[in-house]
Design a protein around this ligand. Sequence first.
Ligand code: APR
Length: 240
Amino acid sequence: MSVGAVRGWVQAARRILVLSGAGMSAESGVPTFRDAQTGLWANFRPEDLATEDAFRRNPQQVWDWYAMRREAIAQVQPNAGHLAIARFQQAHPGRLTVATQNVDGLHQRAGSPGVLALHGNIAEDRWLETPRSCCRSDPPLPGHPPRCATCGNLRRPAVVWFGEMLPVAVLAAAEHAAREADVVLVVGTSGVVYPAAGLARMAPAQARVVVINPHASDLDDAAREVLRGTAATVLPALLD
Ligand code: APR
């Protein structure tokens, strides 16, 4: 099937869900996780950096790794794929919902409204322990990580780590969008991390699930169509 035929599905759809993963931001220069050469997990072990245990064991190492990623992401720009999605949303309010596994904020910076950030946002942090009045009143002491000057509560990146629950309301909204979708565009994800990947399997039977990925993914079998291309080239062809 050609991009043109899939474009017909998209243009005729009443409700579209875009489920994006790290490949959505690859052409912005943000490394993916599982690419054998350049992936973040090729050079770091997730259990050493992306779990609460890792943070409690070595708060400075984890905080500094996220600070380094935060710095790098602040330098990059949304790519043509992010911008095509945002343009479509602005031209057709309410027809397209973005649910992203990415924490880079690039959909938001491209102008997409109502982005469902399933795994949080790397630009934000929050308290590790339930904050007390002292945490809320006193400014945190600067440090790696910052901490409450009174009780020592630590700040942590506001991202979802392995083994943690996704934000309940965000996941519920994404599941609702998946169940209502006529078209689901699954862009730039290996499809190996649940519950996010499961959204691609929640669409109604008559919905058209389209995978956009230059390589094979674990969600190819859920797709009515697989477009072997990149986010920044395929999405403008489908959405503009
Ligand atoms: N356009 C589209 N897809 C691309 C591009 C591109 N330019 N470049 C790479 N890809 C694809 C890869 O082929 C791969 O299938 O993007 C996918 C990236 O997969 P992962 O690195 O596994 O990233 P993702 O699927 O988002 O990981 C899910 O795992 O580590 C956790 O929380 C982290 O949100 C992340 C989750």
